[in-house]
Design a protein around this ligand. Structure first.
Ligand SMILES: *[C@@H]1O[C@H](CO)[C@@H](O)[C@H](O)[C@H]1NC(C)=O
Length: 365
């Protein structure tokens, strides 16, 4: 057998096992009834199944719609998302995809309301992170076990992901500097940070309409710091700035952009604390659990800001590589999304662009 036919056979067997995984509910590691029903319903049962799934979806997530028209429209969107979840399951067999609280939103609505990463240029105070040694890195590492990560928060229906990624990184850096874990205010960033692209005055951090973590570090550096969460609580709506300088809880000493290399990313994570990253969130709308490792995911369409908190060496995978390493990502969609609010994504090949926009911050106090 020549190389080409060997590889096409290999690909064929991978694909057929991916399909088998998607249609054989007893093999899924996840015990979510909804996804099992989603993947096993087919053909004539499909409409009945969809009606049933939509009812349980509405009950589970407390969804109500103002008019019958709206209800019927949301049902159509829901059905399209069931089909999408099936496709994603085939494209991403190490993860489990299905019904989530976002299943009645079109991809456009989802992007507008629950993401919010802007592509602005780097602010003038951004540095390049120095190259770190990578030979002594632990196999598994998780800042949650070391007390550097606050509980999962919820950005609500506001494109403020960037502010949560920023507070998460500064919370970690502040913990490393002081030994104290303090939850910091996203609302201060949403209300007060209007930092702009250095070359384009109209491209700025804009509350629920999006922003960028490095420009939020720049704002924080100039403003003097961030208040505590409880002193400036989150509302999920942009309002006038109520920043009180006398109540600063953590300040930025400096911030840097980390190189694209995944070993450097790991080394910076271990040395400096949780890192802000940008990611293409397309597979996150239907994600329920497992290690996301899609065959196809654009590396250029970064639309979501999240927090890298750790990594693991041995991801459980029922069909593909048994010891696939993964990253652990803290999201800001509440603890009811994903794996208790977290996302796992495979390590080693810039999946969904996660290596492309990595930054680290150091805290003064
Ligand atoms: C950034 O700030 C930290 C904490 O004050 C300091 O240890 C580090 O040397 C600074 N890095 C640079 C490149 O200035």
């Amino acid at each position: 057998m020549d190389r080409a036919s060997f590889f096409s056979l290999l690909l064929l067997s991978l694909l057929s096992s991916a399909v088998a995984y998607a249609v054989a509910p007893e093999e899924t590691a996840d015990d979510d009834v909804l996804i099992r029903q989603v993947v096993s319903s087919a053909g004539d049962d499909e409409l009945l199944g969809a009606v049933h799934h939509f009812s349980s979806f509405k009950a589970r997530f407390g969804k109500t719609y103002a008019t019958q028209e709206e209800h019927d429209y949301r049902f159509e969107v829901f059905k399209a998302n069931l089909r999408r979840a099936k496709t994603y399951q085939m494209l991403d067999p190490d993860a489990v995809h299905g019904v989530t609280k976002f299943s009645d939103l079109t991809p456009g609505e989802f992007r507008q309301k629950f993401l919010g990463l802007k592509r602005l240029r780097l602010p003038k105070d951004a540095q390049k992170a120095p190259m770190l040694p990578t030979n002594d890195l632990p196999d598994d590492f998780d800042w949650r076990d070391r007390g550097a990560v606050t509980p999962v928060k919820d950005q609500g229906s506001c494109g403020s992901c960037w502010s949560f990624s920023t507070t998460g990184a500064l919370e970690g850096a502040h913990f490393l500097a002081t030994g104290e874990l303090v939850s910091l205010s996203e609302q201060q960033l949403v209300d007060c940070d209007h930092e702009c692209d250095p070359e384009e005055q109209n491209a700025c951090d804009a509350g629920c309409n999006g922003g960028l973590m490095t420009s939020a570090y720049e704002y924080t550096l100039k403003a003097g710091g961030l208040q505590r969460e409880e002193d400036y609580p989150y509302t999920g709506k942009e309002s006038t700035c109520k920043f009180d300088k006398s109540k600063i809880a953590a300040s930025v000493a400096n911030f840097s952009v980390v190189s694209l290399d995944e070993d450097q990313i790991a080394a910076n994570l271990v040395k400096n604390g949780p890192l802000s990253i940008g990611i293409n969130a397309v597979f996150m709308q239907t994600y329920i659990g497992g290690v996301s490792c899609p065959y196809i995911c654009s590396k250029n369409l970064l639309d979501h800001g999240v927090l890298l908190v750790g990594y693991g060496a041995a991801g459980y995978s029922p069909i593909r590589f048994k010891n696939k390493p993964y990253w652990i990502i803290k999201n800001s969609w509440g603890a009811s999304w994903g794996e208790d609010g977290y996302y796992k994504i495979c390590r080693g090949r810039n999946i969904c662009g996660m290596d492309s926009m990595v930054s680290t911050v150091a805290s003064l106090n």
